[in-house]
Each structure stands twice: as structure tokens, then as C-alpha cells.
Design a protein around this ligand. Structure first.
Ligand code: URA
Length: 431
């Protein structure tokens, strides 16, 4: 087989066979295929797309480039969730304990944040003492004992994805739906769970900008999951404003804890109840989705989900002595509205970048983060606001942040006309 022939085939719109895709990935990882040929193929895929069969073959080839975690010695059905990345997205911190308190098994490998989106590992590590470096045997023991463990993904999982992602990043080929689908699904399949619930975000600051693209990505990922005998459900959800009120590591941990106590923001609570119900039902805990939802609401109301969160934090070495003194910053700055009207939009990308600039996120992989800083929104889409009212609070430890204050202020689009609240869940795609 010659790579140049395969590039030509894809360039001219013909589908590649399973063997050809396997050949490409194996030889790219072992460096027999150079970056310039791989770049050319990626661009051909960007323009020509891939069939479902090709997307599954690509996922399989990326999956087989590294370690696949074997969770079969954990009793029961293992459930996982994945979000395509958003601002203020602390759903794992809520959903893990929530569905584990219902009896489902959650063995979760998570990532770090980069740029405007936060990462679950950074949020968890903002808790004093909590470790996400867990040996695989201890990880399995923990899931068997308390139903939930969250650890960092090792470099041995899907090395082909790391190489391909770095190349896509510098060749303008990230926003290709089959490439995104196989990148996400290879990592999820390598993590070994039986059920995968996907949260595909739409909006500024999300990978998908339109419902049509989100639907196409969701369908491909569900199809890939089915071809690997996994149960996959995709939620398409709104990211035209940050999720919940808080953006920033400790701020989000605190909001997740409040949510588990039943005092969370409406959008975050609704999203976690709905996704959690699918996780519990697909995890075989209940016979129907309705029973799963009833169980989820019961665990939120009777404090068992909160107790599971505390058990999980303690098991991984973390302590939160007092939630009231958990967050310590030099100052809290109020960002006030210049206008009277209704909040129409809150640019999630701008809020994410604002939080990153305060120190809550990383601009480059090497940056360190400040766990205490971030942004709390005081208003959400649909809320009425009067001139001089506080739109957001900036938890700050830096000097000279006038530009960040302006950027956060400009993230709020305020209109004179009344604005309806936006639904958080737009569509659910099943097999
Ligand atoms: N997330 C991933 O893991 N991969 C992509 O290609 C895009 C988003």
C-alpha cells in the first residue's frame, strides 16, 4: 500500500477500506508516514468527509494504538459520560456522585482544561489533598467499594489521537465531524465503560456552532458506539451561556456541592437530572427511565448524593473543612450593567477567556492555575437587569484587570425586549 494512493483516493471522494485506515494509523504512529502526507489526508477528509463505516474503522485504529482499560472485574454495568467541552461545565462533579448514589458504577478518566474550557481534573485538584493519580488496581478497587473513581488519563491511552490532534491543530483540520467523532469515541472506548452518555454542546465557545452539525456529530458517535456494542446516547445542549453561575475551579466545586444538596442552578440541575437518569437506566439500575428519574430526584432530596460526594472526596485524599472558607481571594470585583433591559445572551467564550485570564485556566499546557479565582454570574439569559445592577462577580488575585472587567461586561448582550429563558436540553439522540 502507498500513502500517496490513499490520499488520492480520499481526495477524489472514494471511501477508504478498514485495512487502509489501519495501515495509515499504524504507520503514522510508527513514523513511517510523515506529517506532510498525514496533513494532506486530513485535509482531504475535512473536505470529503467519511462514511459511518470509515469513522468506525478510524476509531478502532486509534483505539488500538494504545492501552485499553479492562474494567470487566468491576461488578455490574459501568457507565461514563463525556462533554464536548463547555464553560462552567461541572457536570462530572455532580453526576458522578449522583448516579453512584443510585447504585451505578462510574469509572471515569478525565482530562485537564486548556484555553477557555475547564477540566474536571483541575477542579478536583483544587480540593486540598485530593489526588487523581490512581494506580489501575486501586482505581478498580475504589469503584467496586464506593461506586465512583475519577482519575487522569495516562499517556498510554490512544497515542494516535494525541499525534493526530496536535497535527490537526496546526493544519486547520480540527473542525471535521468524523475526525472529532473518532477522536472522542476512541478515548471513551479505551476507558472501558459499557454505557457512554455524551453531552454535545452548541454555541460560541463550543466545537459545534449549529444544531445541524451537533446532530450529525451525535449520530456518528452513537453509530460508532453501536458498532462496538456499547450503549451510547447523545444529548445536544445549549452553550450560548455558561452552565450554572460559577466559572473557576473552587467556585465550580462549591456549586457542584450545592447542587448535590438540592440548591443548584436550574440549568445545571436539570441537565444532571436528565443525563443522570439515562446513566442510571442504561446502567441497569432501574427498569424504566421514569423510575431512574424518580430515584435520582430522591437521592438529591435525601442528601445521599451529597454524602456520596463527600465519601468520594475523602477516598481520594481530599478535605473541605468549611465550604464558607473554601475560597480565598484578594478581592471580589462587581461588574455592573450600563443598561436596563433583559439579558439576551452571555458569550460563554468571552466568560471562559475572562476566567482563564484571571488565572482559572491555562493558555498553554505549561501554565499553572490559581484554584480560587474565577467568575460568578449574577444574571442569566432571560433575567431582567437595571442600570448599575451587578451582572457578575470577579474573584481576583491579580493587579490591573480593567481589560478583563470590560471583556466580561461586553459578554452580556442586553436588549429592551423581553427574552425567554433558553431550554438547556435541545435534543436527545439515541440509536
Ligand atoms: N474533543 C476531542 O477529544 N477531540 C476532538 O477532536 C475535538 C474535541
Amino acid at each position: 500500500m502507498r500513502m500517496v494512493d490513499l490520499i488520492e483516493k480520499k481526495r477524489d471522494g472514494f471511501p477508504l477500506t478498514n485495512e487502509e485506515i489501519k495501515y495509515i494509523i499504524e504507520n503514522y504512529v510508527n513514523k513511517s508516514i510523515p506529517d506532510y502526507q498525514m496533513s494532506s489526508l486530513l485535509m482531504a477528509i475535512y473536505f470529503q468527509g467519511m462514511t459511518n463505516k470509515e469513522s468506525s474503522a478510524l476509531t478502532k485504529a486509534i483505539l488500538n494504538s494504545g492501552e485499553i482499560i479492562d474494567l470487566s472485574i468491576i461488578d455490574g454495568i459501568k457507565v461514563d459520560k463525556h462533554s464536548t467541552g463547555g464553560v462552567g461545565d461541572k457536570t462530572t462533579l455532580v453526576l458522578g456522585p449522583l448516579v453512584a448514589s443510585c447504585g451505578a458504577k462510574v469509572a471515569k478518566l478525565s482530562g485537564r482544561g486548556l484555553g477557555h474550557t475547564g477540566g474536571t481534573l483541575d477542579k478536583l485538584e483544587s480540593i486540598d489533598g485530593l489526588s487523581i493519580n490512581i494506580e489501575i488496581n486501586d482505581f478498580i478497587k475504589q469503584v467496586n467499594e464506593i461506586g465512583l473513581a475519577v482519575a487522569g488519563q495516562t499517556a498510554k491511552v490512544t497515542p494516535a489521537d494525541k499525534l493526530l490532534y496536535a497535527l490537526r491543530d496546526v493544519t486547520a483540520t480540527v473542525p471535521s465531524i468524523p475526525l472529532i467523532a473518532s477522536s472522542i469515541m476512541s478515548k471513551k472506548l479505551a476507558s472501558g465503560s459499557d454505557v457512554i452518555i455524551l453531552d454535545v454542546k452548541i454555541g460560541e465557545g463550543a466545537f459545534m456552532k449549529t444544531i445541524e452539525d451537533a446532530r450529525e456529530l451525535s449520530k456518528i458517535m452513537v453509530n460508532i458506539g453501536t458498532s462496538f456494542n456499547k450503549k451510547v446516547v447523545a444529548f445536544i445542549t445549549d452553550m450560548s451561556q455558561p452552565l450554572g453561575f460559577s466559572v473557576g475551579n473552587r467556585l465550580e466545586v462549591k456549586e457542584a456541592i450545592e447542587t448535590l444538596k438540592g440548591n443548584g442552578p436550574d440549568d445545571l440541575t436539570e441537565l444532571c437530572v436528565e443525563i443522570g437518569s439515562y446513566m442510571v437506566y442504561s446502567g441497569g439500575i432501574t427498569q424504566t427511565l421514569e423510575e431512574a428519574k424518580k430515584l435520582i430526584l430522591e437521592k438529591l432530596n435525601n442528601n445521599e448524593a451529597y454524602a456520596k460526594q463527600m465519601e468520594f472526596i475523602k477516598y481520594q485524599g481530599g478535605t473541605i473543612k468549611d465550604l464558607n472558607t473554601f475560597i480565598n481571594v484578594k478581592e471580589i470585583i462587581e461588574v455592573k450593567s450600563n443598561e436596563t433591559g433583559y439579558v439576551k445572551e452571555i458569550d460563554a467564550l468571552a466568560i471562559g477567556i475572562g476566567a482563564m485570564k484571571l488565572g482559572a485556566g491555562r493558555e498553554t499546557k505549561e501554565d499553572s492555575i490559581d484554584p480560587d479565582v474565577g467568575i460568578i454570574l449574577n444574571k442569566k439569559v432571560g433575567n431582567q437587569v437595571t442600570k448599575g445592577e451587578t451582572l457578575a462577580l470577579l474573584y481576583n488575585n491579580k493587579e490591573n484587570i480593567e481589560n478583563i472587567i470590560d471583556e466580561v461586561l461586553n459578554a452580556f448582550v442586553i436588549t429592551k425586549e423581553k427574552v425567554e429563558k433558553k431550554p438547556i436540553i435541545l435534543e436527545i439522540i439515541t440509536e
